[in-house]
Ligand binder design. Structure first.
Ligand SMILES: [Zn+2]
Length: 253
């Protein structure tokens, strides 16, 4: 992984600096420069999954469909509305559910599966500081959500998406152990920032392209309010959303 290359870069650089610059005025400044560069690169890796720094993520489809993904549900009021809109348009999506919310809405979990969508693991507690968790705590949280989601859905859960999209060096090992594929996104909707459905639709239409994975949230009013018109307008522009067949190929990718 790129993180290992960065660690190797740090070790080799420090070694060379000690060898050639020890007892020179450049020694300390060079060590600081190499250290700062290492942390800047690592921080970018924490913040942006698309760099595949700590682990490889699926950030785009290998085909021309557009895949909608909904995080942070299930929500008792809004998720059913999202499901109605998707059903009306014959679109299949991935719902990255939070384990402790799924426990509160077992019937909704079953409905999502019955209607042909995929459920993904979005952690048990959605702790915003999860990227600072130790390997042990990371495993405990993700495994707990995995158990809840698999029991409620009766399906193997193949995908994971980390809360707020931040990862750390332990994620690769934990997800490999739990046999989960990490899924990022191509287009971030910023539906948690927009309050106007029209602005959200405008952004989505300007960003999506064949193969895009779109990050949305099914616990937000603005997303529910924008979804139907967005789908209509994108379809009129020639966009094809993932259907039952597409979702099968994604599941077995
Ligand atoms: Zn989330």
């Amino acid at each position: 992984m790129k993180h290992k290359i960065n660690v190797l870069f740090l070790a080799v650089s420090v070694g060379l600096i000690c060898l050639f610059f020890f007892e020179t005025p450049y020694f300390i400044p060079l060590l600081i420069a190499v250290g700062v560069l290492f942390f800047v690169i690592m921080s970018l890796g924490v913040l942006f999954m698309k760099f595949n720094y700590f682990l490889n993520s699926v950030n785009r489809l290998k085909n021309d469909f557009v895949l909608l993904t909904f995080d942070d549900g299930p929500d008792p009021e809004k998720t059913p509305k999202v499901l109605d809109i998707l059903a009306k348009n014959d679109i299949k999506a991935i719902f990255f559910m939070i384990g402790n919310r799924a426990e509160q809405q077992p019937e909704l979990v079953k409905r999502v599966v019955a209607e042909g969508h995929i459920i993904g693991n979005h952690s048990y507690a959605h702790n915003n500081f999860m990227s600072l968790f130790s390997k042990k705590n990371l495993t405990a949280d993700i495994a707990q959500s995995q158990t809840v989601l698999e029991e409620l859905s009766g399906r193997k859960i193949p995908f994971f998406r980390p809360p707020i999209g931040y990862t750390n060096p332990s994620y690769a090992k934990v997800l490999a152990k739990l046999r989960l594929t990490n899924v990022g996104w191509t287009v971030r909707s910023y539906d948690s920032v927009y309050t106007e459905p029209n602005k959200l639709i405008e952004r989505l239409l300007s960003k999506i392209a064949p193969g895009s994975i779109v990050l949305l949230h099914d616990n937000l009013d603005v997303t529910v309010d924008a979804l139907s018109d967005f789908i209509d307008q994108a379809t009129a522009n020639g966009i094809k959303f993932a259907n039952g067949e597409t979702i099968k190929t994604i599941q077995h990718a």
